[in-house]
Write a protein that binds this ligand. Structure first.
Ligand code: AMP
Ligand code: ZN
Length: 113
């Protein structure tokens, strides 16, 4: 997707503070952190949102979820963390490239606003 900001980060057209990368996913620090640690994990494949995932993404999503757990440890989140996905209008998704937020190093209030 030529106009997608996260695809551009994955293609190194826009800079980001990269946390982790492999052939399927990229993790980088959020530019506007909502917690002392706030990283984003994206599949390199452009998928617009959670609602746009389909059956062929099953294996990729397994990889994504297990990577979150591994990356959380490398970010020092031994005390726990929150994983968030904003989907669509009511989810207030801003960037239309599927991503998980990984937030930690403070206690997360629940419910969110
Ligand atoms: P969402 O509302 O779930 O779509 O969240 C999008 C997130 O992307 C927000 O937390 C933004 O701060 C973050 N973001 C937007 N542009 C960039 C960027 N260039 N580098 C890193 N994070 C970004
Ligand atoms: Zn994209």
């Amino acid at each position: 997707m030529s106009d997608c900001i996260f695809c551009k980060i994955a293609e190194r057209e826009i800079p980001a503070k990269i946390v982790y990368e492999d052939d399927k996913v990229l993790c980088f620090h959020d530019i506007n952190p909502q917690a002392p640690v706030h990283a984003l994990l994206i599949p390199k494949k452009h998928v617009a949102s959670m609602d746009d995932l389909n059956d062929e993404d099953r294996e990729l999503m397994g990889h994504v979820v297990l990577k979150i757990k591994e990356i959380a440890k490398t970010l020092g989140l031994e005390n726990g963390y929150r994983v968030v996905n904003n989907c669509g209008e009511d989810g207030m998704q801003e960037v239309k490239h599927f991503h998980f937020h990984i937030l930690g190093k403070r206690q997360m209030l629940w419910p969110p606003g």
